[in-house]
Design a protein around this ligand. Structure first.
Ligand code: ADE
Length: 464
């Protein structure tokens, strides 16, 4: 992960990030931090980078020219197509752990640090993609906020923390604060370590920790607790009804990208923030209508997954979807053990294969979608003698799919290998692999059954 920081104080960034875990991560090249001095790019012979604001007012503003030229200089060196440019400002979107996770998936990021009273609006309009604040207080410049963000993002980059687990189970995981921790001695200042932690009974320890997390969150962060409780109630409803029929909705909640509109005793409506897809499951029409009324008029997506046929008409009427209804089985791999996989040459597909994929993929012909899947490293190819023989991947809402084996390479078990690979990859992430199969695709139904996926009794309907 490469960070480029446009700043008037490069030493501040260099010194601030040179030590401890991030210093090591730089040395080991898991991350790279490059501070670019905006002053080096000014055309002013006195090296000035600021001037008075038009219309009057206190303080000075940074001028557009040096900022723009420093940005252009960085662009020339980046490998990413159009890296996101984050401007640190108290007027920005409040920074969260979720945003850190999203940024950690990028390959390069550019940070723009302002000083004085800010930066000429015209250059911000020209280059900035994200306005971010680290809290409701005003600092003297953007360097500390940039460092805060770089710290939070870097520790999510694989390899930086060493033990990957420690980034997983901690504060904000599932919206809960972390449980209390203790180390030796067993008794300090008359205070004992809680008995349960000394017993070595794993399940009891987990249970105690969860209870502590919940109690702390309720007490200190009732706002977070609300989110946790809503997701718990949604999962409870969806699991009680049919875990496999709701594998898609449960996965979205588990991976932390669900915007839950409401949970009722008779239904759940959510949106996957990653793909924009809405998902609805209800036990009666009345519940469905009530939940649908919560979706804003400008609903901002073109796909809706209905889990009950009786709701399709209402969804289509309200959102104008339905010109394309795909009727699918939902199937999930509910075991915890990976599938034994013979040696196969499977690797993520890069953009150079986008055209080939588009030419062969019989369902989606949208090149930008294929490129986006490749960029996220969620589309994989299987090779024979270094020649692409087929591909499969994960859709943007999380399901496995996009499976094609090219003519001449069929009946060699490649489809099974690709899918087993996808299943094992998901299991490693601690997620439940699932897929959706057109009801008329007999070959796929056969393959899923052979791989041990369980089918839901009820169907699902993609309305787009
Ligand atoms: N620049 C000054 N104050 C800031 C803040 N709170 N967040 C981000 N950038 C800033």
């Amino acid at each position: 992960m490469k960070f480029h920081i446009l700043t008037l104080f490069p030493e501040m960034i260099e010194q601030g990030l040179a030590n401890s875990i991030l210093g090591k991560a730089s040395q080991r090249e898991y991350i790279s931090v490059e501070a670019v001095n905006i002053r080096d790019f000014t055309e002013n012979k006195h090296k000035k980078v600021d001037d008075y604001p038009y219309g009057g007012g206190a303080g000075m503003l940074m001028q557009a020219q040096p900022v723009y030229d420093a940005y252009k200089h960085v662009l020339e060196k980046t490998q990413a197509d159009s890296p996101r440019v984050i401007y640190l400002t108290p007027q920005g979107k409040p920074f969260t752990q979720e945003m850190a996770q999203e940024y950690a998936r990028e390959k390069e990021l550019i940070f723009l640090c302002g000083h004085y009273e800010g930066i000429d609006e015209r250059v911000l309009e020209e280059i900035v993609t994200d306005y971010v604040s680290i809290g409701d207080y005003v600092l003297t410049g953007g360097e500390l906020p940039a460092m805060v963000m770089i710290d939070a993002i870097s520790r999510l980059v694989p390899g930086v923390l060493g033990c990957e687990e420690s980034a997983e189970i901690e504060t904000f995981h599932n919206h809960l604060l972390e449980y209390p921790q203790y180390t030796r001695p067993e008794e300090w200042n008359g205070k004992k370590v809680p008995q349960v932690l000394l017993g070595g009974h794993h399940a009891n320890i987990e249970k105690w920790r969860l209870e502590q997390s919940i109690a702390r969150t309720k007490l200190h962060r009732p706002d977070l607790y609300e989110k946790y409780a809503l997701e718990e109630r949604a999962c409870e409803y969806l699991k009680k009804k049919d875990k496999v029929h709701h594998a898609d909705m449960l996965d979205v909640i588990q991976r932390g990208t669900a915007k839950i509109f409401a949970v009722r005793p008779d239904g759940v409506l959510l949106q996957d923030k990653e793909s924009g897809t809405y998902m609805l499951s209800v036990s009666n029409r009345d519940a469905g209508e009530r939940l649908l009324s919560l979706v804003p008029e400008s609903w901002g997506t073109d796909t809706f997954v209905s889990h009950q046929e009786f709701m399709n008409e209402s969804i289509c009427a309200r959102f104008g979807t339905g010109s394309n209804v795909s009727v699918c089985f939902q199937a999930a791999y509910t075991r915890k053990t990976p599938i034994a996989l013979e040696k196969a040459e499977i690797r993520p597909l890069r953009a150079e294969y986008a055209q080939t994929v588009q030419d062969h993929y019989h369902v989606i012909h949208d090149l930008s979608y294929i490129l986006e899947r490749m960029e996220k490293e969620e589309l994989f190819g299987i090779f024979e003698d270094d020649k692409l023989a087929g591909f499969a991947g994960y859709h943007n809402e999380g399901s496995m799919g996009m499976l094609e084996i090219f003519e001449g390479y069929r009946r060699k078990g490649y489809a099974r290998m690709l899918e087993a690979f996808l299943i094992n990859h998901r299991l490693e992430e601690g997620r439940t692999p699932y897929c959706q199969i057109f009801t008329d695709n007999e070959a796929s139904v056969k393959l899923q059954k052979k791989l041990g996926l369980r089918f839901s009794k009820e169907l699902i309907f993609w309305l787009s």
